[in-house]
Ligand binder design. Structure first.
Ligand code: PEP
Ligand code: MN
Length: 338
C-alpha cells in the first residue's frame, strides 16, 4: 500500500499517517518526491477497512495498493528517478556519472596513480576492491584494511569519492569507516544477511545484478536494503550468464529500459565484467549510455598486464581517456551531460 499525500500537505499530517500506520503494525517509509510525498506501508498491518480510514485523514490524497512484489523500489511509489549522493556526487540526475579504477587495490602507488588518471579523464568516483570475492580460493583476495587505507589516500589526493566492495557482513564497519559507498558484488546479490545489514548502514549501496538473477529478483534485493531504511541504492547491471562464451558475460542492455520502467532507482552499467575483454568495453559503454543508463563503472589499470585481477578487461588510462571523449559526444544526443 502507498499513501499518496496531497501537494503541500503539512509535516504534521504526514506524521499523523505514519503514527497510524505504526499502530496498525506497518513500517511506514516516507518517500520525498519533487511534487508530493508518499508513504510506503511495508509489512502486514490491519485489515482493509482499518487501512482505508487513513484516506480520510487531513493531507491525504489517496491510498493505492502496489501491484509489484517490490514496493519501495517501485516506480509506483515514486515517479521521478531517485538521486543517490555518493560523497557529494549525484547519480540519477541529468549528469552521467562514470566511476573508474582498478579491479583490485594492489598498492598505494597503483591506486593513487589510477585515481589521478581516471580523474583527469573525467571520472567522478574511484572504484577499487580491497575485499575481493574470487571464484577460486587460490586467487588474490584483496589487501583488506590496508587496501581501504590506500583508497582513502587516493581520495585525499584527488577528491574522488570511493566505492568498494564489502563481501562479508562482519566487514561492514571497517568498510564504512573508509568508503563513500558499499559495493555488493554479483556473487552476493542474494546474501540476505549482507543486504539486511547494509540496509541499516548509513551509506549508499551500489548493488550489482547477479549472473543468474532476473530483474525482479534484482529489484527484490534492492527492496531488502530499502526495507531496512537505507533508500540510497544504485543498481548495476554487469552482464548475465548465457550460452555465449565470446564475452565473459552477456550485457543485458534491455535491463536498462526495463528497470527504468519498473523502478525509480538509478542504474549504472559495468561494461568491464560484461565484456571480459578490453576490446569490447568501449562499444558496450556507448550502448549503455545510448540506452539511458545513469552512469558507468569501468575497470582501468595503469598497467593492465600486471593486474592481480581482471587485467584482460581493464582499460589503460589512454584507452579510458579516449572512451570518455567519445562518450561526451553521445551524452547530449540522449539529453544527458558528461
Ligand atoms: C568487481 O567489481 O571487481 C567485481 C568482482 O564485480 P562482479 O561482482 O560484478 O563480478
Ligand atoms: Mn573485477
Amino acid at each position: 500500500m502507498i499513501v499518496v499525500m496531497k501537494i503541500g500537505a503539512a509535516d504534521e499530517e504526514l506524521k499523523h499517517v505514519c503514527k497510524k500506520a505504526e499502530e496498525l503494525g506497518f513500517s511506514p517509509h516516507v518517500i520525498y518526491g519533487k511534487e508530493r510525498n508518499v508513504i510506503g506501508l511495508v509489512g502486514t498491518g490491519g485489515n482493509r477497512e482499518e487501512v482505508f480510514i487513513i484516506e480520510e485523514f487531513e493531507g491525504v490524497d489517496s491510498i493505492v495498493p502496489i501491484s509489484k512484489p517490490y514496493k519501495l523500489a517501485s516506480r509506483e511509489v515514486k515517479r521521478e528517478t531517485s538521486i543517490v549522493n555518493i560523497g557529494g556526487v549525484k547519480i540519477g540526475g541529468e549528469e552521467l556519472i562514470v566511476m573508474a579504477g582498478p579491479c583490485s587495490v594492489e598498492s598505494k602507488e597503483q591506486i593513487v596513480s589510477s585515481a589521478r588518471h581516471v580523474k583527469a579523464a573525467g571520472a567522478r568516483i574511484l572504484r577499487g576492491g580491497a575485499f575481493k570475492p574470487r571464484t577460486s580460493p587460490y586467487s588474490f583476495r584483496g589487501l583488506g584494511e590496508e587496501g581501504l587505507k590506500h583508497l582513502a589516500k587516493a581520495r585525499s589526493e584527488t577528491g574522488l569519492p570511493i566505492v568498494t566492495e564489502v563481501v562479508n557482513p562482519v566487514d561492514i564497519d571497517i568498510v564504512y569507516k573508509y568508503a563513500d559507498a558499499f559495493q555488493v558484488g554479483a556473487r552476493n546479490i542474494q546474501n540476505f544477511a549482507l543486504l539486511t545489514a547494509l540496509g541499516q548502514a548509513k551509506k549508499p549501496v551500489l548493488l550489482k545484478r547477479g549472473m543468474a538473477t532476473t530483474i525482479e529478483e534484482f529489484l527484490m534485493a534492492a527492496e531488502y536494503i530499502m526495507s531496512e531504511g537505507n533508500h540510497d541504492v544504485v543498481l548495476c547491471e554487469r552482464g548475465i550468464r548465457t550460452f555465449e562464451t565470446a564475452t565473459r558475460n552477456t550485457l543485458d542492455i534491455a535491463c536498462i529500459p526495463v528497470v527504468k520502467a519498473k523502478s525509480h532507482l538509478p542504474i549504472v552499467i559495468d561494461p568491464s565484467h560484461a565484456a571480459g575483454h578490453v576490446q569490447y568495453v568501449p562499444s558496450l559503454s556507448k550502448a549503455a549510455i545510448a540506452a539511458g543508463a545513469d552512469g558507468l563503472i569501468i575497470e582501468v589499470h595503469p598497467e593492465p598486464e600486471r593486474a592481480t585481477s581482471d587485467g584482460a578487461q581493464s582499460l589503460t588510462p589512454n584507452q579510458f581517456a579516449k572512451l570518455m571523449s567519445e562518450l561526451k559526444l553521445i551524452a547530449p544526443a540522449v539529453g544527458r551531460k558528461l
